[in-house]
Write a protein that binds this ligand. Structure first.
Ligand SMILES: [Cu+2]
Length: 475
């Protein structure tokens, strides 16, 4: 019998629980979570962090630096290791990855490993799973990189993601279910020079100007769209040889953009969504929201130069572009643009190679959540509450949990659950678009990773304006 429990803990109590004073025991070790006797019992301790010797150790420094989206333009941004996007982290499935983050910014920061079901203490959510890392300090994240997939890492503090603190994380399969000869990682992003601001903080001048915004929302004043950190007038080239099968790993690392992706002259075979393998399905385009990923395989059977193109569905900037270039062209000629889509991928086309364990029967617990815009000031709400002034969603270990979302706003919300994959239709994902105008999406997950996990909209401005909850394991 579905029931709801999310209102059982007072908001004030949650704020105390998530305040930094209670986090000392949690940060940096697998310490006990503070117990509580209201709201459905004691919190359940998270899985311990990995203590095995790392197979791969990486140092990342977050600092201010200069990016050049074209040879003639430069902006000061924040980035990892002086690179934008940040360095590609690539490991084998099951390897232990250790990343020492040094914070050379003037503010606090963290890293979140988007999509990887890590133990809770290394999930990188400030004031929920760890104390934020102060300026000048370091913090080491160690976890086993599994399952294989296309992921990305990014700051989870405030609006830092839209300042450039992001990079791809590739966990290679030991046995891929599709064959390919080479691969490229394609990080799609929106380009915001300068400091991101909420409309409520920056006003129209300093922050979002509403340019290109959808009805009912405002959009940051983006100055273009990027593929791998480059504006379309400066496209990266992906070299291919006729006859090859080429894998593209697309990551929507943007902060506020839904993209439609096409590759001119080629059909795509979609092989993974959010890193999880699906039965290969053909499409000539797909749409993805902030935080989603798709892997596709393309057969290089049409020599020439062709654009890989990502159009903003909710903005009017020129599309992001890179170029596929066959060896036989000798690098000459203008790439061709894609024709309009006639076979766009739908969620219903996706069938996970293996469905999730523990979610096949009726759910043990169901949450019905309404996503909406607050009245008046710029706030976004889940069931009328604005995070962090919001009740946790309490669940118990082992449960099959269902979340039914109804979007009462006119704009899409790409909803992301930390620490778990979920079943949506026949797909297994970690981020899913909930369409506007009363769009409804139901996700099911197995409560197999104790801790406190953020569940939120991956539009960074919606998140920062309150569209989040903590999913909390209690006994
Ligand atoms: Cu949203």
């Amino acid at each position: 019998m579905p029931h709801r429990e999310q209102r059982s803990l007072s908001r004030r109590r949650l704020l105390q629980l998530t305040g930094t004073t209670t986090l000392g025991a949690l940060a940096g070790c697998a310490g006990q979570l503070p117990g509580t006797d209201d709201g459905g019992g004691r919190e359940v301790s998270p899985r311990p962090t990995v203590t095995a010797e790392p197979d791969t150790s990486v140092s990342l420094t977050a600092a201010s630096g200069t990016i050049r989206p074209t040879p003639d333009t430069s902006t000061t941004n924040w980035m990892y290791e002086g690179q934008f996007p940040g360095p590609e982290l690539r490991v084998q499935e099951g390897d232990v990855l250790s990343v020492e983050l040094t914070n050379d910014l003037q503010e606090e920061t963290t890293i979140h490993w988007h999509g990887v079901p890590v133990p809770n203490p290394v999930d990188g959510v400030p004031n929920v799973t760890q104390d934020p890392i102060a300026s000048g300090n370091t913090f080491t994240y160690t976890f086993r990189a599994e399952p294989a997939g296309t992921y990305f890492y990014h700051s989870h503090v405030g609006l830092q993601l839209d300042r450039g603190l992001l990079g791809p994380l590739i966990v290679e399969e030991r046995e891929p279910h599709v064959e390919y000869d080479r691969e490229y990682v394609v990080v799609v992003d929106d380009y915001l020079p300068g400091e991101p601001k909420l409309p409520s903080d920056g006003g129209r001048g300093g922050g979002m100007g509403g340019r290109g915004g959808m009805m009912g929302d405002v959009r940051p004043p983006y100055e273009g769209l990027l593929i791998n950190g480059r504006l379309p007038e400066n496209p990266q080239t992906f070299d291919v040889t006729e006859g090859e099968r080429v894998r593209f790993r697309f990551v929507n690392a943007s902060s506020a953009t839904v993209f439609g992706v096409r590759i001119a002259g080629h059909e795509m075979t979609v092989t993974h969504t959010d890193g999880r393998p699906v039965e290969p399905v053909d499409a000539d385009s797909f749409v993805f929201g902030a935080g989603e990923r798709y892997d596709v395989v393309v057969e290089a059977t049409n020599p020439g130069r062709w654009f890989v193109q990502a159009d903003a569905l909710d903005g009017n900037e020129p599309p992001a572009r890179a170029a596929v270039e066959y060896e036989s062209t000798g690098g000459s000629g203008t790439p061709q643009t894609p024709s309009s889509s006639s076979n766009r991928l739908q969620y219903g086309d996706l069938r996970a190679l293996s469905s999730l364990d523990g979610v096949s029967d009726d759910p043990d617990r169901t949450f019905d959540l309404t996503l909406s815009r607050g009245r008046g000031e710029y706030v976004w709400t889940i069931d009328g509450q604005t995070y962090p002034d919001a009740d946790p969603l309490n669940i118990r270990p082992g449960e099959h949990v269902r979340i039914r979302m109804t979007n009462q706003s006119p704009v899409v919300h790409p909803m992301h659950l930390h620490g778990h994959f979920f079943q949506v239709g026949n797909a297994v994902k970690d981020t899913v678009i909930v369409p506007g105008h009363r769009g409804q999406v139901t996700i099911d997950f197995h409560a197999d990773n104790p801790g406190r996990w953020l569940f939120h909209c991956h539009n960074l401005y919606h998140l920062d304006a309150g569209m989040a909850r903590v999913v909390r394991y209690v006994e």
